[in-house]
Design a protein around this ligand. Structure first.
Ligand SMILES: Cc1ncc(C[n+]2csc(CCOP(=O)(O)OP(=O)(O)O)c2C)c(N)n1
Ligand SMILES: [Mg+2]
Length: 397
């Protein structure tokens, strides 16, 4: 069910929380979808994307999944301190990114590696961010999974929830004022819709009709807090109404549905039609982060039901149905990606930590007198000690 900002078709058909698990699918009834529960596309809704694009999307999803597997393994082996998996959410990152132009702006959260990958971020540099060493664009000043790739118009990820929402709206206001035809997309979670910044961002977007697309990944949890404890709203898409922002809920595990609704929203924004909020309904299949143990708070039945709706599996079956994919393709793709990741990890692990002097770079064009003094003192201290030992312990995030 689509919601317009006039609220016309809002005779609330939204399910009660308890109803959301009652149909054969665990997916809420109101979500736009193209693939059915047997993963067959509705012929009237199938966007009939070109083969090259479909295969690029599939490869991107698998790369994101395998990067997650590797990242969690590296953390468990003590080679990196922290990792945030996006497992189960690959259709959202890839389906939305595929609907953008390279000149559009993206403001992701920590759970969208697929957006970075799709827009051409270098995997080696992404892995270097996990290590925070000299290969890292941010020279170890960011948390793991908080990537920054400004050349690809990918804004730096921030940990504080939803801060990117107002930044994205500001960016799209700038595009509008400059009469540039770029669209800004931003991503946040279900929990993120309880933050002030979400409401401020949507207020400005609605008032100024900015070319912004808001992607709310409703993965049903904010760390251990389930959605029904997070909000009284039955649908997060409904939150658009109060701000005059058109909204729609989609099956977040159906990449064709995610792509189709994002493309509509992006085209509308580019043509002066204003912002859209897209609620992508999914389930976070992994832990919140490598520091979390979801078995302490999660219903195993819900998890098992969503496992059958794996977005990669569903898309693969769609591709197989079109004769574009088979087991041999799958094996060679996975081999190729795994080899690439192993090689990148090996290369990154050879890189030294960032130079001490980099601590003083990238903020001021010219160092302030105080910073100059601090820099000299630190260099003198290093000469005295020979080197600095790394005595830090991983912070349990
Ligand atoms: C302003 C703020 N409050 C609290 C936190 C701690 N925190 C980190 S992630 C998170 C949950 C966010 O949940 P959601 O928005 O649903 O996104 P998800 O992690 O599920 O992708 C919280 C509360 C934070 N980073 N920033
Ligand atoms: Mg969440």
């Amino acid at each position: 069910m689509e919601v317009t900002s006039s609220g016309k078709d809002m005779k609330n058909k939204a399910p009660k929380h308890s109803e959301s698990r009652s149909r054969s699918s665990v997916l809420r009834e109101d979500c736009f979808h193209i693939l059915d529960e047997q993963n067959v596309a509705d012929p009237k809704l199938d966007p009939q994307l070109a083969e090259e694009l479909l295969l690029k999307m599939y490869s991107n999803m698998v790369t994101s999944r395998l990067l997650d597997e590797r990242g969690m393994m590296l953390q468990r082996q003590g080679r990196i301190g922290f990792y945030v998996p996006a497992t189960g959410q690959e259709a959202i990152a890839t389906g939305t990114a595929a609907a953008l132009k390279a000149s559009d702006w993206a403001f992701p959260s920590y759970r969208e590696p697929g957006v970075f990958l799709y827009r051409g971020a270098d995997v080696l540099q992404m892995i270097a961010n996990l290590y925070g060493n000299s290969g890292d664009i941010c020279q170890g000043r960011q948390m793991p999974n908080h990537y920054s790739f400004s050349k690809q118009r990918l804004f730096s990820v921030s940990s504080p929830i939803s801060t990117q929402v107002i930044q994205a709206v500001g960016c799209s206001m700038a595009s509008k004022i400059r009469q540039e035809k770029d669209v800004t997309i931003t991503y946040f979670g279900d929990g993120g819709t309880s933050e002030n910044d979400f409401h401020t961002g949507l207020t400005f977007a609605g008032a100024f009709k900015t070319p912004t697309v808001f992607i709310c990944t409703n993965n049903q949890y904010a760390i251990s807090v389930p959605l029904y404890k997070q909000t009284g709203a039955k649908r997060l898409a409904d939150k658009g109404i109060g701000y005059g922002v058109d909204a729609v809920a989609v099956d977040g595990n159906d990449i064709l549905a995610v792509y189709t609704k994002t493309k509509e929203a992006v085209d509308k924004a580019r043509n002066g039609g204003g912002p859209t909020l897209i609620e992508c309904v999914t389930l976070r299949m992994g832990p919140h982060s490598s520091s979390d143990d979801p078995t302490r708070y999660r219903d195993p039945d819900l998890y098992a039901a969503w496992e059958k709706r794996d977005p990669i599996l569903r898309f693969r079956q769609y591709l197989e149905g079109k004769g574009l994919w088979d087991a041999d393709h799958e094996e060679s793709l996975r081999e190729e990606i795994k080899d690439h990741l192993v090689e990148a990890v090996e290369d990154v692990e050879k890189m030294p930590p960032p130079e001490l002097e980099t601590l003083f770079e990238d903020v001021y064009a010219e160092l302030t007198p105080q910073l100059k003094k601090q820099k000299q003192a630190l260099i003198a201290e290093r000469e005295l000690r020979g080197k600095f030992e790394n005595t830090s312990e991983a912070f349990p995030l």
